[in-house]
Design a protein around this ligand. Sequence first.
Ligand SMILES: *[C@@H]1O[C@H](CO)[C@@H](O)[C@H](O)[C@H]1NC(C)=O
Length: 236
Amino acid sequence: MELLPLLCLCLLTRSGITSAQQNRPAVIKVKGGTDVVLPCSLSTKENIEFKLFDWRKVAQKDDGQKKVFLYDGGSHYNNGLDGQSEEFKGRVSHFQDELKHGNASIIIRNTKVTDSGDYRCYFPHLQLPQTFTIKLVVGAASKPSVTLLDVTTFWALLQCEVNGNPKPKVELQDSDGNNLHAEVTQDSEREGSFYITLQTTVTKTGTYRCVATQEELKHQIHAETSVYISGEILPL
Ligand SMILES: *[C@@H]1O[C@H](CO)[C@@H](O)[C@H](O)[C@H]1NC(C)=O
């Protein structure tokens, strides 16, 4: 009678999860057009070469659930298995050499903004079936690039460049966090990414910050630079 709970506990521990927690998915943010590895590993590191794992993209609003990658004991979408969703064809691979270590991670190449969403890696046939969830965000702006284009005794010309998709809101701020009036010198779209450049002239020594925000992705990132104005007119 006392054996049963013990056995259950043992099973639970044996099939523990490493890469992602069930309720709070790991978030991966990448720029559009890059490749991304979605992690999924069994903590038991058991060999899964002869097992089945299924990667799906959870349905967003109206589009249904998408079939991203299926591996079934050696057969998979890249060697003849049918059923992969059109948009993932030719872009997704597993890591064959990693399977013997319980690693079912996949790589998605040339990511698009529409790849953003929740992905599930599912092992339906384990003693305790397991699901891992990863949230992928494609198009997140990378760290802005802040440069000093010109520095004189009395002023400096500051530039900030950002790209991302959806279009980031870009702001230049002084050390007190006040938004500075800046000129937009570039606002263009290329290969699915928006490129924004701001310039402003500053006349005070200090630390300046460029902030890029993508509300839709709940993503904000900033970069700072220090400016020294030797001839700054200081208040008396
Ligand atoms: C699984 O394999 C991928 C691809 O080689 C690798 O990036 C990742 O670190 C591996 N995960 C673990 C837990 O070893």
